[in-house]
Write a protein that binds this ligand. Structure first.
Ligand code: URA
Length: 239
């Protein structure tokens, strides 16, 4: 066990070093400001809390991802890795599947048509993209937007799990089958997973349909709105 841990630590340090990381943040255990319910949020000044340690910890992982070649064919084809965006102290993370063409070109998650719909969903919840955190299971674009392969998800798991560990959100919203099944390590279909509560570490997890699916199936929007109402009610966000 101890030998295994030592090896894992050595591998992590070698990977960090390959990514050009020369220093590491201290573990942080300070309380961080959390987003209060809607009314208070509007009145309150920005939290006077150092987000630096989380930002730094995320940057360390971001640099590792930027040089990752675990999925050689994805690494060869990518223009950019797409790490994630938003507040390191967010109460809620939205987890998607993988970058598409627009995300690959920009390096930012959910900026194409599905992303614009996600932005509308977030704003309908009275939130902004800046106060949530958005990430994908895969950090590289699969060719022709095909679904991620199990081995690609396995290769990226370390990154998205560490990302979530650093952010430590109270809530996670999985967008679509790939995110829901990867995060919850299940094979249940999204139609069965949505609208129910799960846990992942200390986070409460709700799954819903992916915005891309909504673009193809507008009739499913009402289910997503039902899921968002459930989520916002539990977060204490008034709609
Ligand atoms: N679909 C996703 O799952 N993620 C993105 O970033 C864009 C589209």
């Amino acid at each position: 066990m101890a030998r295994h841990s030592a090896r894992a630590i050595r591998q992590r340090l070698e990977s960090l070093s390959a990514g050009g990381v020369t220093d590491l943040p201290r573990a942080h255990r300070q309380p961080v400001a959390r987003m209060p319910p809607a009314a208070a949020r509007e009145a309150a000044p920005k939290p006077a809390v150092a987000t630096g340690s989380r930002d730094h910890a995320l940057d360390v992982i971001r640099q590792e991802v930027a040089v990752c070649r675990r999925c050689e064919s994805l690494a060869c084809a990518r223009q950019n890795t797409v790490f994630g965006a938003g507040a390191a102290t967010a109460r809620i993370c939205f987890v998607g599947e993988a970058p598409g063409a627009d995300e690959d070109a920009s390096g930012l998650p959910f900026v194409g048509p599905a992303g614009q719909l996600l932005t509308k969903i977030i704003e309908a919840c009275t939130l902004t993209r800046d106060e949530v955190y958005i990430l994908n299971v895969l950090k590289c674009r699969p060719p022709d937007n095909r679904q991620p392969l199990p081995e690609e998800i396995a290769n990226c798991r370390e990154y998205f799990e560490r990302q979530l560990q650093v952010i430590a959100p109270e809530f996670i919203c999985c967008l679509g089958t790939t995110a829901a099944q990867a995060l919850l390590q299940t094979t249940e279909p999204i139609g069965k997973l949505r609208g129910r509560w799960f846990t992942h570490g200390t986070a409460q997890v709700l799954c819903t349909y992916h915005p891309s699916y909504l673009l193809r199936t507008p009739g499913a929007k009402r289910h997503v709105w039902d899921d968002m109402k459930l989520l916002m009610a539990r977060m204490g966000v008034e709609l």
